[in-house]
Design a protein around this ligand. Structure first.
Ligand SMILES: NC(=O)c1ccc[n+]([C@@H]2O[C@H](COP(=O)([O-])OP(=O)(O)OC[C@H]3O[C@@H](n4cnc5c(N)ncnc54)[C@H](O)[C@@H]3O)[C@@H](O)[C@H]2O)c1
Length: 214
């Protein structure tokens, strides 16, 4: 049994993650951490093997740092923070940051990287619900980083959306569009559970991308 703590447990992603962990036979939901629940990470680090972080851009780094130092592995889904600041951080906990846990989104990023080698130019349109704090999305930033050339990103924030992205590539007389849609937050859960099960085995830390454990 892997004992899992969820940081941001009262939020949209955190609550969905708590339900997925409770439903998994090989995982135990050992802690729900959230200021909205009156709990702090420091209170629970002695009781968990892995923390899943779905909090805010301004808290993810401090949370990951506390995990590393306590020897607790950390799976981070929060976007809009600097994972590079964890390079060389002393401590036994490993960090896996996944800008997107949806399997289809990981494939979209891979296909976009490949397509950019063959098309003249590309732009990204990312569309999210209006409660999302950061822009551009972590997925769009990661996609652009994996692609050849300078890839502009356009951000749309509207009620009704969940998480969507189009990568549009242009060439002589043709375009290619690669689109991914997360239609519900459940779309992220297979990837979250996979990352929780595999984070202890990653060879380097911090690592970015679910593809490292697929
Ligand atoms: N990687 C992915 O696949 C993926 C998918 C969806 C969303 N996200 C990202 O996940 C993050 C959370 O999204 P959301 O929609 O659930 O946000 P949300 O606002 O619904 O939830 C965030 C929760 O974090 C809590 N929180 C704030 N500070 C905290 C702290 N120090 N410790 C513990 N909890 C704290 C808040 O009280 C809140 O309940 C965002 O950055 C979002 O972009 C990532």
């Amino acid at each position: 049994m892997i004992r899992v703590g969820v940081a941001g447990a009262a939020g949209r992603m955190g609550a969905t993650t708590c339900a997925a962990i409770e439903a998994a036979e090989d995982l135990t939901l050992a802690a729900r951490v959230d200021p909205a629940l009156g709990t702090t990470l420091d209170d629970v680090l002695g009781d968990v093997d892995v923390v899943v972080d779905f909090t805010r851009p301004d808290t993810a780094l401090a949370n990951a740092r506390a995990c590393v130092q306590a020897g607790v592995h950390c799976v981070v889904g929060t976007s809009g923070w600097d994972v590079g600041a964890l390079e060389g951080e002393p401590g036994a906990g490993k960090v896996l940051f996944c800008p997107n846990f949806a399997i289809g989104a990981v494939l979209m990023m891979r296909f976009a990287a490949e397509a950019s080698e063959h098309m003249a130019a590309a732009e990204i349109v990312e569309l999210h619900h209006d409660g999302k704090l950061d822009k551009p999305s972590g997925t769009a930033a990661r996609t652009a980083a994996l692609m050849r050339g300078d890839v502009p990103i356009h951000s749309v924030r509207l009620p009704g959306l969940v998480a969507h992205q189009e990568v549009i590539l242009g060439g002589l007389g043709e375009t290619l569009t690669i689109r991914h849609d997360s239609l519900s937050r459940e779309s992220f859960m297979p990837g979250v559970l996979l990352a929780v099960r595999r984070v202890a085995q990653i060879e380097r830390s911090p690592l970015v991308g679910l593809e490292h454990v697929l």
